[in-house]
Write a protein that binds this ligand. Structure first.
Ligand code: NAP
Length: 338
């Protein structure tokens, strides 16, 4: 089979399509023939050497796939053979075939293409954990979604709309019209102006009840300042560090040094909350994650979960796919197809 190997830290030239032996299912596993694999920002950071959770290189990345079960190991349900599924993969997904524990696969919703289904797990589980599980967003509240036009951003918008909350979102200006069409109440251009005064003006200086922030560093301080009393800040990424080579390392150190140090007394005085989320550290909580995934799959059938695939790149075009995200061109999801 062919797989996308990140051979070492570096620019997109370190990504190679290579042959490897087909995986065999171990006990409790199935092998999925991959029709589409999700590309996530974590893989950009991992290629750059800035993602501590990434596997040791050379490695095959990929947290999610959609495809067809082509082999079933001992102890797994034999009826799965031939079923179209969506799967969470702990790396290895960006390949023609991947072996996955059977409790990490879900029936693919019939209404979705394989490409759309591959856009579900990471984006929607992250957004669900941020808005619903940890952020406790309510209908009479408001949420600020940073990078609202990205993969997690669009998923968060779907969930925020379903809850009935007022939605604010930062995004590059070229994405605003699309975001309005998707239901975002207040798009904010954060590339050409400071977004905080704009948000304050839009909220009559009150701020919002929830901010979800994947940018990190000093940006978390600013997002904290955007909270209304009883507001919560969800921190879940450090895309501020993204760059190749030494520049990336320096940006990461800068981001770490500039992170806010929240004081319990300060939180108490302002009735605010802060929390972090790392979906990649929840593999030991399969029951929770499965329950969230079930809500998301039900949401597909109910029509409020609308995975949006901007572009599908072939495995050979993986460098272009990475660049597309790095150059902020993507609207929603980018997938890789064998
Ligand atoms: N903790 C977790 O469990 C978890 C899970 C999934 C994702 N994440 C994090 O969430 C963020 C979004 O992930 P995603 O996969 O959905 O990607 P994404 O948002 O689709 O990523 C690309 C978009 O991010 C925005 N962006 C902001 N700063 C950027 C930078 N320095 N370089 C390039 N683009 C930048 C750009 O949009 P605009 O400029 O138009 O806003 C760009 O189009 C990432 O930081 C990722 O690491 C965390």
């Amino acid at each position: 089979m062919r797989q996308i190997v990140t051979t070492r830290n570096g620019g997109v030239e370190v990504l190679k399509v290579q042959e490897a032996p087909d995986p065999q299912p171990r006990k409790g596993e199935v092998v999925v023939q991959v029709k589409a694999a999700g590309l996530n920002f974590a893989e950009i950071l991992a290629r750059q050497g800035l993602y501590p959770d990434g596997p040791k290189k050379p490695c095959v990345m990929g947290y999610e796939v959609a495809g067809v079960v082509e082999a079933v190991g001992e102890g797994a349900d034999q009826d799965l053979l031939g079923k179209p599924v969506v799967a969470m993969t702990r790396f290895g997904g960006q390949a023609e075939k991947v072996a996955v524990p059977a409790d990490q696969i879900f029936e693919k919703p019939e209404s979705l293409s394989f490409e759309q289904a591959a856009a579900l797990p990471v984006n929607y589980l992250t957004a669900y954990a941020l808005l619903v599980v940890m952020g406790s967003l309510k209908a009479d509240e408001s949420v600020l979604i940073h990078n609202a036009g990205g993969g997690v951003g669009l998923a968060a918008l779907d969930i925020g709309k379903k809850i009935g909350a007022t939605t604010y979102g930062t995004a590059s200006p070229g994405k605003h019209e699309f975001l309005r069409e998707r239901g975002l109440d207040h798009p904010i251009d954060y590339r050409n102006q400071d977004w905080l005064p704009v948000l304050q003006q839009l909220t009559n200086d009150r701020g919002v009840e929830l901010v979800i922030d994947p940018i990190g560093g000093s940006h978390w301080k600013k997002s904290y300042a955007a909270l209304r009393h009883t507001g919560r800040l969800g921190m879940f990424g450090v895309s501020a560090a993204s760059a190749n080579g030494l520049k990336g390392k320096f940006k990461l150190i800068k981001a770490v040094l500039q992170m806010p140090k929240f004081s319990p007394l300060g939180l108490l005085k302002k009735s605010r909350g802060v929390f972090g989320l790392n979906l990649g550290h929840l593999w030991h909580e399969p029951k929770k994650v499965t329950a969230w995934m079930q809500v998301i799959l039900d949401g597909v059938n109910e029509g409020w979960v609308r995975p949006f695939v901007d572009k599908a790149f072939s495995f050979e075009q993986v460098g272009d796919a990475h660049k597309y995200l790095e150059e902020r061109k993507n609207l929603g999801k980018v997938v890789l197809v064998p």
